[in-house]
Design a protein. Structure first.
Length: 197
């Protein structure tokens, strides 16, 4: 029987190894590589990062947490609430694809308004696990549904100013549109959303 795996919301003991790999990968930015070679390197490192941050679903059935970005002018929280759910497709990044594949029904995700708002605004539930993206079967999509809006948005500026969130992927890998969130980071953002600025 194939053992299902997933990315943990909290990275656990694998974090140091993962960080080392990304640091090594960043050193390649100083090399003049062809586009094709660079693309292969990105794919390889994304697969390594995914492999280092997975644990057996048999060993732990922890709820995983995520952060998913969308431009509010294109599709925002109000649109998600109006529709009652949507297919989260169109993601074209190797690392983000791994995260989408790791999602399980019942996992929760912050919806982050990128570009204009730059803030976490609400919580979504993963309603269906990954399947081939209807626009391009080489990629992955999941279905999400709205759970609740945060008491108030938590801005990127606030997140960057909070020392306990310094290792959050939203900051470390700012261009990544789908990323895991550690349990302690999730809790902190919820706590921040309940406090006035």
């Amino acid at each position: 029987m194939v053992t299902q795996t997933r990315v943990q919301g909290a990275f656990g003991e694998s974090c140091d190894s993962r960080d080392g790999i990304w640091n090594s990968f960043n050193s390649f930015s100083f090399l003049k590589l062809s586009t094709a070679v660079a693309a292969r390197l990105v794919g390889s490192f994304a697969r390594l990062v995914g492999a280092l941050t997975v644990t057996s679903r048999r060993e732990t059935d922890l709820l995983a947490y995520w952060l998913m970005k969308s431009e509010p002018e294109s599709y925002g929280w109000a649109d998600l609430v109006r529709d009652g759910g949507t297919e989260w497709d169109g993601v074209r990044n190797n690392a983000a694809r791994l995260h989408l594949r790791a999602m399980k029904t019942g996992d929760e995700a912050f919806l982050y308004h990128s570009m204009s708002d730059k803030a976490v605004v609400g919580i979504m539930r993963i309603a269906r696990e990954g399947q081939p993206d209807p626009k391009d079967s080489n990629w992955v999509s999941v279905r999400v549904e709205p759970l609740r809006a945060l008491p108030r948005p938590v801005t990127l500026a606030e997140i960057k100013a909070e020392p306990k969130l310094a290792e959050m992927e939203l900051i470390r890998q700012s261009r990544l549109s789908v990323a895991p969130v550690r349990a302690e980071e999730w809790k902190k953002i919820l706590e921040m959303s309940k406090k006035s600025r």
